[in-house]
Design a protein around this ligand. Sequence first.
Ligand SMILES: *[C@@H]1O[C@H](CO)[C@@H](O)[C@H](O)[C@H]1NC(C)=O
Ligand SMILES: *[C@@H]1O[C@H](CO)[C@@H](O)[C@H](O)[C@H]1NC(C)=O
Ligand SMILES: *[C@@H]1O[C@H](CO)[C@@H](O)[C@H](O)[C@H]1NC(C)=O
Ligand SMILES: *[C@@H]1O[C@H](CO)[C@@H](O)[C@H](O)[C@H]1NC(C)=O
Ligand SMILES: *[C@@H]1O[C@H](CO)[C@@H](O)[C@H](O)[C@H]1NC(C)=O
Ligand SMILES: *[C@@H]1O[C@H](CO)[C@@H](O)[C@H](O)[C@H]1NC(C)=O
Ligand SMILES: *[C@@H]1O[C@H](CO)[C@@H](O)[C@H](O)[C@H]1NC(C)=O
Ligand SMILES: *[C@@H]1O[C@H](CO)[C@@H](O)[C@H](O)[C@H]1NC(C)=O
Ligand SMILES: *[C@@H]1O[C@H](CO)[C@@H](O)[C@H](O)[C@H]1NC(C)=O
Ligand SMILES: *[C@@H]1O[C@H](CO)[C@@H](O)[C@H](O)[C@H]1NC(C)=O
Ligand SMILES: *[C@@H]1O[C@H](CO)[C@@H](O)[C@H](O)[C@H]1NC(C)=O
Length: 414
Amino acid sequence: MLFRCCLPLHLHLPFTLLCLLMRPLGLNALSLTLKDSNNATCLYAQWKMNFTIEYETANNGLKNVTIQVPSSASFSGSDCGTEENVPQIAVQFGSGFFWSVNFTRAISTYFIDFISFSYDTSDNATFPDAKEKGKIYTAFAVNDIEVPLDQLFKCCSLLMTKEGNVIHSYWDVLVQAFVQKNTISTKEYVCGKDRLLSTVLATTSSPVPLPTAKPIPKEKPHPGTYSVKNGSCICLLATMGLQLNITKNKGTSLKNLNPNTTDYDGVCLKESALLWLNDSNLGFLELLFAIKNGNRFYLKGVNVSLTFVNGSDFVAVNNNLNCWDAPIGSSYMCIKEDSIPVSDTFQINTFDLRVQPFNVVEGKYSTAQECFADSDLNFLIPIAVGVALGFLIILVFISYIIGRRKSHTGYQSV
Ligand SMILES: *[C@@H]1O[C@H](CO)[C@@H](O)[C@H](O)[C@H]1NC(C)=O
Ligand SMILES: *[C@@H]1O[C@H](CO)[C@@H](O)[C@H](O)[C@H]1NC(C)=O
Ligand SMILES: *[C@@H]1O[C@H](CO)[C@@H](O)[C@H](O)[C@H]1NC(C)=O
Ligand SMILES: *[C@@H]1O[C@H](CO)[C@@H](O)[C@H](O)[C@H]1NC(C)=O
Ligand SMILES: *[C@@H]1O[C@H](CO)[C@@H](O)[C@H](O)[C@H]1NC(C)=O
Ligand SMILES: *[C@@H]1O[C@H](CO)[C@@H](O)[C@H](O)[C@H]1NC(C)=O
Ligand SMILES: *[C@@H]1O[C@H](CO)[C@@H](O)[C@H](O)[C@H]1NC(C)=O
Ligand SMILES: *[C@@H]1O[C@H](CO)[C@@H](O)[C@H](O)[C@H]1NC(C)=O
Ligand SMILES: *[C@@H]1O[C@H](CO)[C@@H](O)[C@H](O)[C@H]1NC(C)=O
Ligand SMILES: *[C@@H]1O[C@H](CO)[C@@H](O)[C@H](O)[C@H]1NC(C)=O
Ligand SMILES: *[C@@H]1O[C@H](CO)[C@@H](O)[C@H](O)[C@H]1NC(C)=O
């Protein structure tokens, strides 16, 4: 049964064909394309589902009934989402069945968020002899389906879950919410179960182990160079690749700042300096540098306001940082990955970093002070551990020799 649906991914067959191949008796699929007020496609979905409801009868105990969704089902209530509402798909059918799913968006991903299902046991045709007549409403959070923005979620496998008295079954699912530029994406985000199956299928046909369903590691951000002038001279220099790590809803999303779409500016004052970065796709970051003890500089504050959908939806401020500490007159450098802990839900990962917020001479960086991650001391740690281990082995060996000699002498004296 497990092998009914999915073939290895490299067999690029059209989706319906691919799924049908393995399920000859498919029901009619539900299919929906929603348009927004500008007539642009905002949501697309095609899927199959049925429900098994267990209910109590007046005199025969519990009874199961399976509900198929007829092709005459209505999608009224489905919508693209507005300022106040998230997008949702609503399906109404039979007498009193109502199903809906809604979607929420994070910076670079979206979630299939909540599913609700309600039915009415006063429908005598479906629930004959039901003990209690009336509407029953259930809803649950889907939780673990996070799809990259601008990708089509695809799942041939059967996804089953029991909520209250209802077993939900979903299969042959294709869905994309927050469709970008009026175009349904050709990039597919394949569900974990399908990936697992395709790996199993592929590995049984070839001895080469294939990658499992691990998330693809996020690529490193490209470093950008930012400079701020006071009059005609450069007073602040920064070169860095920045990656934003946002924890929102139940997921973490990583977003790389793209220097090509980033505007920047700043100011240099006597005791502080500011660098503003404004990535047109992501939002606004402010870095505040300050001086301590009159002779060192450091990164004191970060203030971000990230935009998605409309307006600023994510803000984080921390003015008590103590990062990138180096003597004035030098620059601070950290080539390896490091991170700035801005808040519980937000950190900035830095790569190929070099900054000099004060005393820039002739528009060039001064001598660099390197971070710990880059320094040679870092190499010494494994060496020190190695030496300690070696020493321990020698100690054990010596005590073994001594032990042997003692027992030898013991034998001799007998
Ligand atoms: C939306 O597009 C369809 C087909 O392209 C067209 O028939 C319809 O008139 C358009 N509606 C609006 C409001 O522009
Ligand atoms: C409901 O769907 C599941 C999953 O495909 C299937 O196993 C089951 O037989 C279906 N029930 C009916 C009555 O069609
Ligand atoms: C209804 O179906 C569920 C799942 O298949 C099963 O556990 C339960 O015992 C069934 N109930 C009845 C009354 O048949
Ligand atoms: C999504 O749907 C659930 C269940 O219908 C509802 O409780 C929740 O408020 C909805 N979420 C949003 C953001 O509207
Ligand atoms: C269902 O049956 C009950 C009694 O068996 C009756 O009172 C009720 O009106 C019926 N409901 C509908 C919607 O026909
Ligand atoms: C992102 O932040 C979360 C929460 O702080 C953390 O668990 C995770 O390791 C971070 N990921 C990266 C790649 O920085
Ligand atoms: C930025 O633009 C350059 C040249 O146009 C290109 O080579 C580079 O890949 C772009 N970087 C990113 C992150 O898009
Ligand atoms: C900026 O330029 C002005 C005028 O040339 C100068 O007085 C001031 O000290 C400069 N500030 C910094 C931080 O270099
Ligand atoms: C960031 O840039 C956008 C245009 O790309 C602009 O509308 C917005 O006002 C800028 N934000 C800040 C804080 O400078
Ligand atoms: C953060 O930046 C925003 C936009 O520039 C500004 O309105 C706000 O006052 C700043 N907050 C702090 C604490 O610096
Ligand atoms: C963004 O919000 C403003 C004011 O709340 C509104 O006028 C504008 O139409 C919204 N833009 C989009 C794309 O929803």
